[in-house]
Unconditional design. Structure first.
Length: 166
C-alpha cells in the first residue's frame, strides 16, 4: 500500500491552482492575485486599517503594506483619517479604485464558488476549521524558527489557508 500524499503538498498545489485561476482571469486587468485580493477585501471591509487588512488576508503587515503602496501609486487605494483617532489611518478605495474593484469582484465570487462547489455546509465548516488549524501550525513553526528553534530557521510567511487569498 502506498503512503498517503503529504497534506502540505496538496495544500500547496491547491493554493497554486487557485492563484493560477485568479491570475489568468486578471491578466486583462494587469493585476496580480495579491493586489486583487487586497482590492476585493477593501471593497468588502471598507476603512480597514493595515493591521486589520493583513489579519483578514492572513498575511504579514510588511507584505500588506507593500501591496497597498503599489495600489496607492496606481491611485486605487488611499489612506484616510480615522474619525475616532486622528493618529490612525484607515485604508479606502479611491473612486477609481472602487469602480475597478467592482469590475473585478465577480472574479472573487466565481473563484470562491468554484472552491466550495460540491461541499455540504458541514463539510465546508469542517474544512475551514482544519485549514485554519494548518495555518496556525505554520504560524507556530515560524515563531519557533524566529527563536532559533527548529531545523530550517528560515523566515517566510505562514500558509494562507482560508479562501486562497494570498
Amino acid at each position: 500500500m502506498s503512503e498517503p500524499e503529504p497534506l502540505a503538498r496538496i495544500i500547496g498545489a491547491t493554493r497554486r491552482r487557485i492563484n493560477q485561476c485568479v491570475g489568468r482571469r486578471l491578466r486583462v486587468h494587469r493585476l496580480n492575485p495579491q493586489r486583487f485580493w487586497v482590492l476585493v477585501n477593501l471593497l468588502e471591509a471598507p476603512r480597514s486599517n493595515l493591521r486589520e487588512l493583513a489579519r483578514r488576508l492572513r498575511m504579514d503587515e510588511p507584505s500588506a503594506s507593500r501591496i497597498v503602496s503599489s495600489l496607492a501609486r496606481r491611485r486605487l487605494v488611499e489612506a484616510l483619517e480615522d474619525p475616532e483617532d486622528r493618529r490612525r489611518r484607515n485604508l479606502g478605495l479611491t473612486t477609481a479604485g472602487r469602480a475597478f474593484a467592482l469590475q473585478v469582484a465577480p472574479i472573487a465570487a466565481e473563484v470562491r464558488q468554484a472552491v466550495e462547489a460540491g461541499f455540504t455546509v458541514e463539510e465546508k465548516d469542517t474544512l475551514r476549521r482544519l485549514l485554519v488549524r494548518v495555518a496556525e501550525n505554520m504560524d507556530r513553526l515560524e515563531r519557533r524558527a524566529g527563536r532559533g528553534e527548529g531545523r530550517g530557521n528560515r523566515s517566510g510567511r505562514a500558509l494562507v489557508a482560508a479562501g486562497g487569498e494570498k
